[in-house]
Design a binder for this molecule. Structure first.
Ligand code: NAD
Ligand code: IPM
Ligand code: MN
Length: 349
C-alpha cells in the first residue's frame, strides 16, 4: 500500500486539538482511498522550549527533511515565551529552510457559513510570498532603553524571490479565472514595491491570457470587503499577505475556516500544511476550537501528495457538515462534535 510519511507538529494551545481532529479525518479518508499515512509526532513547542531552551533540536530541520510533508497546528504561547523567539525558532525557519516560497491561502464560504458580508459568492486564492521581504529578520536595535534608541527592520526583496512568487501567481490565475491582483504599497515604498510592480508588468507580457491589476494594499483590503467577488488570485509580499489572509479568514466566517499550504513548488524539500490561525490562548483547553481550517489544510496536503480524490472527498465532507449547520459559527459546536460530523459525512460519500 502506498504510504506517506508525515511529520506532525501540533505545537501550542489549540494546535494540539486541531491537529488531532484533522488527523482523524485524514486517516479515515486515506483508509477509504487505499493509501496510508504514517505520522511521526514531534513535541516542538513553547513547552519544549521551556524544557530544553530551544523550539526544536539543533538538527530539527534535517530531521524533517526526509518526510513527504509536514502538518503543523500552531506555534506561540506569548505568556511564557516571546513570540519573536518561538516563531523564529520553529515555524519561520521551516518555511525558509525548505524554500516553501508560496503560501497558498484560499478564502471562500463553505455552505451554510454566514460571513460578515452581504457577498456570498467570492472565491479568492491568496498567494503570499513566504521566505523573504518584511520577514527577512535583518535589522537591529541600538541604544536600547535610551531616549535616542533606534530600531531598524530591513525588508529584503530579491529578484529571484520576487520573480518566482509573481510567476506562481500568474500560473495560478491562468489555471483559475484568469485574474491576478498584484499587491504593493509602491506609492510610499519606493524601492522594493516599485521593483515588485515592475516585475509584475514584465511578467505580464508572458501571460497575455491573464488580466493583471496592481493594487495598493490599503485599497485592496477595502476591495476584499466591498467587492470580494471581483477578485480571483491575489499575490502579495510576506507581511501584506499575512494581514490580508486574516482579513480573508474574517470574510469567510472566521479563523476557524482559513487553510494554508506552505509549498515548495520545486519539490526539493517537504511542503508544510497548517491553518492560518494561531494557538488561540483565549479558547485553548476549552474544546471549542474549529478544526475545519486544519482539516482543509490536510486536504491541501493530500492534493499536493497526488491524492486528489481523497482531498476532494474531504472538502465535500466539510461542505456537508457546514451545510447541516454544524461548526458554522465560532464556539457554536465542540471540536469533537465537528470532527465526528466530518468523519460521518465522509462515510456517506
Ligand atoms: P490566533 O489566530 O491564535 O487567535 C485570534 C482569534 O481567533 C482568537 O480570538 C481565537 O480564539 C480565534 N481563533 C483562532 N483559531 C480559531 C479556531 N480554530 N476556532 C475558533 N476560533 C479561533 O491569533 P493571536 O491570538 O494573535 O495569536 C496567538 C498566538 O499564536 C501567538 O503566539 C501568535 O504569534 C501565534 N500565531 C501562530 C500562528 C502559526 O503558528 N501559524 C499563526 C498566528 C498566530
Ligand atoms: C501566519 C502567522 C505567522 C506569520 C506568525 C505566527 C509568524 O501569523 O502563519 O499567518 O506571520 O507568518
Ligand atoms: Mn498570520
Amino acid at each position: 500500500m502506498k504510504t506517506y510519511s508525515i511529520a506532525l507538529i501540533p505545537g501550542d494551545g489549540i494546535g494540539r486539538d486541531v491537529v488531532d481532529a484533522a488527523w482523524e479525518v485524514l486517516e479515515a479518508a486515506a483508509e477509504t482511498a487505499g493509501f496510508a499515512l504514517d505520522g511521526t509526532e514531534f513535541p516542538w513547542s513553547c513547552a519544549f522550549y521551556k524544557e530544553t531552551g530551544r523550539m526544536m533540536p539543533e538538527d530539527g530541520i534535517e530531521t524533517l527533511r526526509g518526510f513527504d510533508a509536514i502538518f503543523l497546528g500552531a506555534v506561540g504561547w506569548p505568556k511564557e515565551v516571546p513570540d519573536a523567539v518561538s516563531l523564529h525558532g520553529l515555524l519561520l525557519p521551516i518555511r525558509k529552510a525548505f524554500v516553501q516560497y508560496a503560501n497558498i491561502r484560499p478564502h471562500r464560504l463553505l455552505p451554510g457559513v454566514e460571513g460578515p458580508l452581504k457577498a456570498e459568492n467570492f472565491d479568492i486564492l491568496c498567494i503570499r510570498e513566504n521566505t523573504e521581504g518584511e520577514y527577512s529578520g535583518a535589522g537591529g536595535r541600538v541604544h536600547q532603553g535610551m531616549d535616542n534608541e533606534v530600531a531598524v527592520e530591513t525588508s529584503i526583496f530579491t529578484r529571484k524571490g520576487v520573480e518566482r512568487i509573481i510567476r506562481f501567481g500568474f500560473e495560478q490565475a491562468k489555471a483559475r479565472r484568469g485574474k491576478l491582483a498584484s499587491v504593493t504599497k509602491s506609492n510610499a515604498q519606493k524601492y522594493s514595491m516599485v521593483f515588485w510592480d515592475e516585475t509584475t508588468q514584465r511578467l505580464a507580457t508572458e501571460y497575455p491570457e491573464v488580466e493583471v491589476t496592481s493594487y495598493h494594499v490599503d485599497a485592496l483590503a477595502a476591495r476584499m470587503v466591498m467587492a470580494p467577488e471581483s477578485l480571483d488570485v491575489i499575490v502579495a509580499s510576506n507581511l501584506f499577505g499575512d494581514i490580508l489572509t486574516d482579513l480573508g479568514a474574517a470574510i469567510q466566517g472566521g479563523l476557524g475556516f482559513a487553510a494554508s499550504a506552505n509549498i515548495n513548488p520545486d519539490r526539493s524539500a517537504p511542503s508544510m500544511f497548517e491553518p492560518v490561525h494561531g494557538s488561540a490562548p483565549d479558547i485553548a483547553g476549552k474544546g471549542i476550537a474549529n478544526p475545519m481550517a486544519t482539516v482543509w489544510s490536510g486536504a491541501m496536503m493530500l492534493e499536493h501528495l497526488g491524492e486528489t480524490q481523497a482531498a476532494r472527498r474531504i472538502m465535500k465532507a466539510l461542505a456537508i457538515t457546514t451545510g447541516k449547520g454544524i461548526g458554522t459559527a465560532p464556539g457554536k459546536d465542540t471540536t469533537a462534535k465537528i470532527t465526528g460530523a466530518v468523519k460521518n459525512a465522509l462515510t456517506t460519500l
